[in-house]
Design a binder for this molecule. Structure first.
Ligand code: HEC
Ligand code: HEC
Length: 416
């Protein structure tokens, strides 16, 4: 069964897959396409939303301009490659491999992730066809939302800042959301659909609506062997698509060229970035002061190890997270483009985040030990301006420009 799915999932190797001539086993829907609207100036995701004004009359318009939206997705003739063949060796060993939360019954297949891509960008997942997953998880913004809180289908606002999704696949505890309330990713992806603020659907309504939508039949058939739409299949396909969003193409990654054991940072980083790497705590044996960021944001994927209370001022919101003000952090990959920061989006810039860790960590009974001095008081880092600049320079090496424009994760409802 699994072997059959994998076999159906197309050629390995993204470049190869894109260059080959069309193949008959394409999952492109058979339904004729609607006439193509005029070519937009760029096929890349729409510009970031303006600052959230809290008004209700711009839903959908800002992220999915009606003028360029197709009625059916436009998919490449040959399946794009989403499988593990795209993962470099250093993602497949050690703590990153241990943190992979892919369940045995839902490995990534090219047909499954392709269906997931269409679902992720389809406004039909919301009650009034205005909001898709991508409304709040925008590719150009590292699959996060530039608005502090996101706006749902009916104009309501989410309680927290949207989370960036790159490397969501790697979190050893396997739970999702800032407060880990979703047990697994397969559970998580159906929750926004049913959320009364976000998308406002029941699973029965969703299944009925998608079953009646022509282009889904062939996509479900290719991914799961029959055209029957079930919420279990929707969950699996969306989870495959989200897990495929791995970040492997940053300046940081370029140090791993040629197997990267050990990575050669001197070859690709400026001296300032090396200083930032050491401050962050990934400098290995290099001399210099370390701030210990990597204790909680470690591995080559810069993923969270656990939920922690990191000393945010608790009086700003009453949000208790997973209890004791403990929260999960998304991977720091693409952190330069996922502002604002923290579960409530309280910091507009990375400079503010750095200043928070430098001088703003608040005392609290549950503050993580690693952010305390030996006496128990919050750590004060007393960073020089040069150190702050170096740490910022390092964080900027984690931007994955290719992921922000990768066709595999782009909107198939926009004409190419
Ligand atoms: C209206 C905005 C909105 C929509 C629509 C939305 N999300 Fe989210 N998403 C959020 C917010 C806000 C959070 C954080 C919520 C929290 O932790 O309480 C989040 C969190 C997540 C997470 C958790 C990431 C992690 O590392 O724990 C995933 C995965 C995710 N969303 C995927 C999706 C998918 C898939 C869809 C479509 C089915 C979707 N989202 C639709 C706003 C949205
Ligand atoms: C004890 C663990 C811990 C340490 C040490 C730590 N962090 Fe964090 N970090 C977290 C947690 C937990 C969050 C999420 C907190 C929240 O949103 O409530 C977070 C959030 C962040 C964010 C925002 C992520 C986002 O998507 O909004 C950045 C950036 C960040 N940390 C950078 C750093 C840097 C730089 C250092 C070192 C100076 C550091 N962290 C040290 C636990 C830690």
């Amino acid at each position: 069964m699994l072997a059959a799915l994998m076999a159906a999932s197309g050629p390995i190797g993204t470049a190869e897959a894109q260059e080959r001539p069309p193949r008959p086993d394409s999952v492109r829907p058979t339904r004729p396409r609607p006439p193509e609207p005029p070519q937009p100036p760029t096929v890349q995701p729409p510009a970031p939303q303006p600052t959230n004004t809290g008004t209700t009359d711009t839903i959908g318009d800002t992220t999915q301009p009606p003028a360029t939206r197709l009625e059916a997705p436009q998919l490449p003739d040959v399946l794009l490659n989403y499988t593990d063949a795209t993962l470099p060796a250093y993602y497949r060993r050690g703590r990153l491999a241990d943190a992979d939360n892919t369940p045995e019954d839902n490995p990534i297949t090219n047909t499954g992730a392709t269906l997931g891509r269409v679902l992720f960008y389809d406004v039909k997942l919301s009650a009034n066809d205005t909001v898709s997953c991508a409304s709040c998880h925008q590719q150009a913004n590292g699959f996060s939302d530039p608005a502090t809180l996101s706006t749902g289908f009916d104009g309501g606002q989410t309680a927290r800042h949207s989370m960036s999704l790159a490397n969501a696949r790697f979190y050893e505890r396997g739970h999702f959301f800032w407060d880990e309330r979703a047990e697994t990713l397969e559970d998580q992806v159906l929750m926004p659909v049913q959320d009364s603020v976000e998308m406002g659907m029941t699973l029965i309504e969703l299944e009925t609506k998608l079953q009646a939508t022509d282009y889904y039949g062939p996509l479900f058939e290719a991914a799961f062997g029959s055209d029957t739409v079930t919420s279990d299949r929707i969950a699996k396909a969306l989870a495959q698509f989200v897990r495929a969003m791995t970040s492997t193409n940053t300046r940081y990654d370029s140090a791993f060229t040629g197997g990267g054991n050990p990575p050669d940072f001197e070859a690709v980083f400026t001296p300032q970035e090396i200083q930032g790497l050491v401050l962050f705590g990934q400098g290995g044996d290099r001399a210099g002061r370390t701030l210990g960021c990597a204790a909680c944001h470690g591995t080559p994927g810069h993923i969270a190890d656990d939920i922690h209370n990191n000393g945010l001022d608790i009086t700003v919101t009453g949000d208790d997270g997973a209890g004791d003000k403990r929260f999960k952090a998304p991977s720091l990959r693409n952190i330069a483009v996922t502002a604002p920061y923290m579960h409530d989006g309280r910091f507009e810039t990375l400079e503010e985040v750095i200043e928070f860790y430098n001088s703003g960590v608040q005392p609290s009974p549950n503050l993580d030990q690693r952010l305390r001095r030996p006496g128990g008081q919050p750590r004060r880092l007393n960073m020089t301006q040069a150190e702050k600049d170096a740490l910022l320079a390092f964080l900027n090496t984690l931007t994955d420009e290719s992921l922000l424009v990768d066709e595999r994760f782009s909107d198939p409802f926009i004409a190419h």
